[in-house]
Design a protein around this ligand. Structure first.
Ligand SMILES: Cc1cc2nc3c(=O)[nH]c(=O)nc-3n(C[C@H](O)[C@H](O)[C@H](O)COP(=O)(O)OP(=O)(O)OC[C@H]3O[C@@H](n4cnc5c(N)ncnc54)[C@H](O)[C@@H]3O)c2cc1C
Length: 352
């Protein structure tokens, strides 16, 4: 019996894609064999220890090496101390409270170069024991005013750090040629400040809201999808199944690859990812070209299945082809494209 057939109880079979996706492996262990959630406190300690041990891993500007290492140790100690004194999330102090709070000024702490066009930016929250206050799913609004502009530039971003992590948030930012905000963020150096406001509510998630969700993402469209994944797989009470279809140009563009691979390993019966590359290397065994109807028809939960939801986030061209674009941040717009052709209803689709 093929591994794909073995997994039918959780997911639709992907037989035509067997060869394309031959790198996929599905476990046959019972659900109880899935590792339980690693406590986020443990993760924080590991992160803090890793931050100290791996000070050279990050790429900084503007400070001498010794000072950088000292700052790193100090920041890691602050995070570890805050984690040790951590309150339940509901009781923790929140940096972003919404309403009439306005913009909060955050200091850039660290910058990691992820690939040729993407950086991971770590901003310190105003107090070390504060959590972000983000709920799932939500985004943050960033603001800056170019020197020669009349109006400020405002753009949303979705943090990739855990919501219960005290002391900082991480943004994963791809730079677009001539894009004012992404260029500004890429030009920032540690110590500089950014105005940030939030949370901007998106699709309100609660445990087991749907039996099975599909995430169709392109490029940095993975960040809101990763937020949903973190909410689901960090909560042992949430048994939602998740199928991710993630399109990128080249292999080096696949963001959060290790984190997604870790989810596939820790939750093999509930999380499956399919990768599609427009410009794949010779050795690539995943999908080639764009995310298309055949792939989605094969791997997504069927529209007639009970209680499913399909989330879509990506560049305008991808949105148009898959679901149709949003009309505005508050208006999902008409459902069009491949998802409509496959029979999904507007209620079954959410566009980030
Ligand atoms: C809810 C939400 C969450 C987001 N989260 C993130 C995130 O975590 N990380 C991140 O890097 N971006 C994210 N974005 C996109 C981000 O808000 C900006 O649109 C992006 O950084 C470009 O801004 P800019 O000012 O540099 O360029 P803009 O002036 O806005 O755009 C420059 C050029 O790039 C094109 N462009 C804009 N956005 C995209 C895109 N997503 N894909 C392809 N082409 C595009 C535009 O059409 C234009 O031609 C998110 C968007 C939304 C709506």
């Amino acid at each position: 019996m093929s591994l794909f057939v073995a997994s039918r109880t959780c997911f639709r079979a992907a037989a035509p894609l067997k060869r394309q996706f031959q790198v996929r492996r599905y476990a046959t262990e019972p659900p109880s064999a899935e590792p339980t959630k690693q406590g986020s406190g443990t993760m924080l300690y590991l992160a803090a220890a890793g931050a100290v041990a791996g000070a050279g891993y990050y790429f900084f500007w503007g400070t001498p090496a010794v000072k950088r290492a000292e700052d790193k140790v100090k920041a890691a100690a602050a995070v570890a101390a805050a984690a040790a004194a951590k309150l339940p999330l509901a009781e923790a102090k929140k940096a972003f409270t919404g309403g009439d709070q306005g913009f909060v000024s955050l200091k850039l702490d660290e910058v990691e170069v992820v690939n040729h066009n993407t950086k991971r930016l770590r901003f310190r929250l105003p107090e070390d024991d504060m959590v972000s206050g983000m709920h799932i799913a939500s985004a943050l609004l960033t603001k800056f005013k170019p020197a020669d502009a009349e109006k400020p530039v405002l753009r949303p971003y979705t943090p990739i750090s855990d919501e219960d992590t005290p002391g900082y948030i991480d943004l994963l930012v791809k730079k677009y040629p001539d894009g004012p905000m992404s260029t500004h963020l890429h030009d920032m150096t540690p110590g500089q400040r950014l105005d940030v406001k939030g949370p901007l509510p998106k699709y309100a998630w609660e445990a087991n809201k749907h039996d099975h969700i599909a995430l169709v993402a392109g490029g940095t469209g993975i960040t809101p999808m990763f937020q949903l994944c973190r909410a689901i797989f960090n909560n042992p009470a949430d048994q939602t199944k998740v199928t991710l279809v993630f399109g990128n140009i080249g292999e080096e563009d696949i963001l959060l690859k290790q984190e997604l691979a870790a989810l596939e390993n820790s939750h093999p019966r509930r999380f499956r990812a399919f990768y599609v590359l427009d410009n794949p290397p010779k050795t690539w065994t995943g999908g080639k070209g764009y995310i298309d109807k055949e792939l989605l028809k094969t791997v997504l939960p069927e529209p007639k299945a009970d209680n499913i939801k399909v989330f879509v986030c990506g560049p305008p061209g991808m949105m148009n082809a898959i679901s149709g674009g949003k009309t505005s941040p508050r208006d999902q717009g008409e459902l069009k494209g491949v998802l409509k052709e496959l029979g999904y209803t507007p209620e079954q689709v959410y566009k980030f």
